[in-house]
Ligand binder design. Structure first.
Ligand code: GLC
Length: 540
């Protein structure tokens, strides 16, 4: 992993600091907790760690409302601790990726506070999108756009003007036509790169540039560039500037985009050689557990990344998504924000088997792999959190119909027993979200010496992925006759070192492809058959 191209096939572990490990016992995860648990990531076989925002923040949106990019939130620790963490991680072979949230800041950010005080028409307001309202007395918002968190996208301030927020009202959108905004973000990048960050994850990466006309959203899809704030052509110039900053370091830094776009061709434009290095593969992540759907996602992904020579990424979940160890056991196994509801039943045993198979599938595909904290433990989504414990604005802004994203953010269990299952010191404050009873059965302690556990499977898969030359590079060959049907079967590498990955997504056992040796399987094999919802790695 000393190559400057480490990001092409890295295993990146995502830490949501608030829920990873609580070092000081206040019930909130922190950097001290992360530093104490870094060996877990080394033993897992990760190459890099991506931290969701750890900056000073009122946490109105779990830290995606940044009040100061150059300070660590006191709940998490100090800048000195972050610097020590980056260094210690690197000593264990783990690079650090920090999260940058360029679309908006917190309403507590100095710039927004200055804008509120300075009043209408002031240069301070120019850094945001302040507008007069429509209607006789300006009582209607300037547009009728819908927020990603539901509801409107404008909030009125006491002097009568409205400001734009594509997310929550506590997250005012920045005006990227303003030179201060551009300069400031390049400075923030340098601030973290100078402290050893090996890369950044770019939040909501398609939304920065707005049409100053603030027109209505086109009714018809398929007019790329015509949307008032999504994927406008002018955005690429910003990332070209960031790439120049990243490339100015001796070990060039990597840019990873959160690019949610339905059109894979438009997504690939963000990955041109002078823009970002990689982007999350949400197409694959949101597909149902069906061979045809996943095969198509894999094919399309590889086909659209090849022309821009960008590696694919494979993602099963993150801090916004229903955990695979629940989702894959539902009747509807695809993921869609708009469809999230309370009370959807899941067969957790089935979900667990499929999540195991999915782990082997993603680890065998060409490109980089993301593991969201807790997925290596097979944690299910916690779907019965007490309503008064919920924190996510998605829940509140939906009027209580969308359960929100707290269920995948429940603090991790490290030990079988203890007041917070080892999340914090025994007897410390209760975790900020309650852990379910029995959470200790999923703990690292409960799993690490059990060869049949999810944790052991992840460790074996990631160790093999690192050791097997077949799993380098970008080539993938579909096995003869498997273009359709219930199995995904493909070969990586060639000759004596080749590796075949086969996944049965159907309901009947299928014969294993010809092989000389079984390297790893996600569940027991049935003689020479591959049971349903099982994946296997074979030496041909
Ligand atoms: C991204 C983050 C999400 C956050 C949103 C607004 O989608 O992943 O957690 O709420 O951006 O910053």
């Amino acid at each position: 992993m000393n190559s400057p191209h480490w990001w092409r096939d890295a295993v990146v572990y995502q830490i949501y600091p608030r829920s990873f490990a609580d070092g000081d016992g206040d019930g909130i995860g922190d950097l001290a907790g992360v530093r104490a648990r870094l060996p877990h990531l080394r033993d897992l076989g990760a190459d890099a760690v991506w931290f969701t925002p750890w900056y000073r923040s009122p946490l109105a949106d779990g830290g995606y409302d940044v009040a100061d990019y150059r300070a660590i939130d006191p709940a998490f620790g100090t800048l000195a601790e972050a610097e020590a963490l980056i260094t210690e991680a690197r000593e264990l072979g783990l690079r650090t990726i920090v999260d940058v949230v360029p679309n908006h800041v917190s309403d507590q950010h100095a710039w927004f506070q200055e804008a509120l005080t300075a009043g209408p028409g002031s240069p301070e307001r120019e850094r945001f999108w302040f507008r007069e309202g429509r209607g006789e007395n300006g009582e209607l918002p300037p547009t009728d756009w819908t927020s990603s968190f539901q509801g409107g996208t404008w909030t009125r301030v006491p002097d009568g003007q409205w400001y734009l927020h594509l997310f929550a009202p506590q997250q005012p959108d920045l005006n990227w036509n303003h030179p201060d905004v551009r300069r400031e973000h390049e400075d923030v990048l340098r601030f973290w790169f100078d402290r050893g960050a090996a890369g950044i994850r770019v939040d909501s990466a398609t939304m920065l540039v707005k049409d100053p006309e603030l027109g209505e959203i086109p009714q018809r899809e398929g007019s790329p560039g015509a949307h008032p704030f999504m994927d406008r052509d002018g955005i690429h110039e910003i990332y070209r500037g960031w790439r120049r900053v990243a490339d100015s370091y001796d070990e060039p830094r990597a840019l990873v985009g959160e690019v949610w776009l339905a059109d894979p061709g438009r997504m690939a434009r963000y990955l041109r050689p002078d823009e970002m290095h990689t982007a999350f593969n949400f197409d694959f992540m949101t597909r149902p557990w069906e061979a045809g759907a996943l095969r198509a996602a894999i094919r399309d992904t590889l086909a659209t990344h090849a022309p821009v020579d960008a590696p694919a990424t494979w993602v099963l979940s993150n801090h916004d998504i229903t955990r695979p160890a629940t989702r894959y056991g539902r009747e509807e196994t695809s993921f869609d924000f708009a469809a999230k509801r309370f009370g959807v039943t899941a067969d957790l045993g089935l979900a667990q088997r499929r999540a195991r198979a999915a782990a082997l599938l993603t680890a065998a595909l060409p490109g980089s792999v993301y593991v969201y904290q807790g997925d290596e433990l097979g944690l299910p989504e916690v779907e019965d959190l007490p309503l008064d414990a919920l924190k996510d604005p998605m829940y509140f802004r939906s009027g209580g119909t969308d359960p929100g994203r707290d269920g995948c953010r429940v603090p991790l269990p490290w030990t079988e027993a203890g007041s917070s299952f080892g999340f914090g010191p025994d007897g410390g404050a209760a975790p900020w979200l309650p852990q379910p009873e029995g959470w200790g059965a999923y703990s690292v302690q409960a799993q690490e010496n059990d060869p049949g556990s999810m944790l052991s499977l992840y460790r074996s898969a990631l160790a093999l992925r690192r050791a097997e030359p077949a799993l380098r590079g970008s080539e993938l060959a579909w096995f003869d006759g498997t273009d359709e049907g219930d199995a995904l079967v493909f070969t990586r590498g060639s000759g004596a070192q080749a590796l075949v990955c086969a996944v049965n997504l159907g309901s009947k056992p299928l014969p294993l492809p010809p092989h000389s040796r079984v390297l790893l399987s996600s569940g027991p094999l049935d003689g020479t058959d591959l049971p349903p919802d099982t994946a296997v790695w074979l030496r041909p």
